[in-house]
Design a protein. Structure first.
Length: 334
């Protein structure tokens, strides 16, 4: 299956609305907005007619104290995104006029979705029924409990299900916006914007919200952040307990105990997870499985396949087919 990229038409700008509200998350609005604004600059014309909307229009004060100028809800977007926010969510969900507008506008969009907990707003309007969606990891259980009619993906950075695009917490709105730009304008433009933003890497939607390195860094008792960085750079080498203990400057017994306490995984389990995360990214890039297995230290394609099924519940080949038909294969935009 060949990935197809469709380009936005020349005859009119693509209307892209972002719904904001009082106490919404500032970066949920400004992160995607900056990506679409950069797309306009890189193309040299107004590709995206970007508008910030709110229930009443005017100035909207976000959770960071920064006020955004907005237009009152109305009109028909081509793409509609809803920002997230904790304190502001109950108020916007309670607005019957917001729900009515969303129910009228969203189904007529080419695509609609949310950033972070904005999924709660769409779900309350009945626009996510039967869909697989993402939201911030801390709100996944609450969203699933409150709306059993949808399927919450608690792991992915963003999820595309038909015309519905939803992302996890805060900065993942930038990742999803870059994927939207790629679907509209091609990978070269999306990559140029990512480079301009000095991003470390473009993150695919299937990448986990739970970075092993970040988890280790956030545990107060974990002195292993530098070791894990070293492990990620040496996945094709032997990463057994003697090697890791020597790198950490600890005895093997002490290393095993402290590492397991700090990360919640044995060294072997942790190494396999790192290797599988790296393999998942490489598989989506169409490298041969044998080459990938060598790069991530799993030796052979058979060993890679067994570990991949154990970790992700599917074969590498199935995963590759699923993600070849990613966001760029969506229907052309008008």
């Amino acid at each position: 299956m060949t990935k197809t990229v469709y380009f936005l038409p020349m005859h009119h700008p693509h209307r892209l609305f972002i719904l904001a509200y009082g106490d919404c998350q500032l970066l949920d609005v400004t992160g995607p907005a900056a990506v679409f604004g950069a797309a306009n600059e890189s193309i040299g014309r107004t590709v995206y007619d970007l508008r910030i909307l709110s229930p009443d229009g005017g100035l909207v004060t976000t959770n960071g104290g920064v006020a955004l100028q907005s237009r009152k809800i109305g009109g028909q977007p081509d793409t509609l995104l809803v920002a997230g926010g904790s304190k502001g969510l109950p108020g916007v969900i309670a607005r019957a006029d917001v729900r009515r507008w969303l129910r009228r506008a969203a189904p007529r969009c080419r695509r609609y979705g949310s950033v972070c907990t904005g999924a709660f707003v769409l779900a309350a309007a009945g626009l996510l029924d039967g869909k697989r969606v993402a939201t911030h990891w801390a709100s996944c259980d609450r969203l699933a409990s409150r709306h059993p009619e949808l399927s919450v993906d608690a792991d992915s950075l963003y999820v595309v299900d038909g015309q519905v695009w939803t992302s996890a917490g805060v900065t993942t709105g930038i990742d999803m916006a870059l994927a939207l730009v790629e679907a509209d304008l091609g990978a070269a433009t999306a990559n140029l914007i990512a480079r301009h933003f000095v991003l470390y890497a473009r993150r695919p939607g299937y990448q986990s919200q739970f970075s092993p390195l970040l988890q280790a860094q956030t545990k107060a008792e974990a002195p292993f952040a530098q070791l894990i960085e070293w492990m990620q750079a040496h996945l094709d080498e032997a990463l057994d307990v003697p090697t890791l203990a020597r790198q950490a400057g600890l005895t093997e017994r002490t290393f095993y105990r402290k590492f397991t306490e700090a990360t919640g995984k044995t060294p072997a389990q942790f190494v396999e997870r790192l290797r599988l995360e790296a393999a998942r990214t490489l598989i989506a890039k169409d490298l041969p499985l044998k080459v990938i297995a060598g790069k991530v230290g799993l030796g052979s394609s058979a060993r890679l396949g067994a570990a991949f099924e154990r970790g992700f519940g599917m074969t590498p080949s199935l995963f590759r087919e699923m993600h070849r038909a990613g966001p760029g294969s969506a229907a052309p935009l008008a």
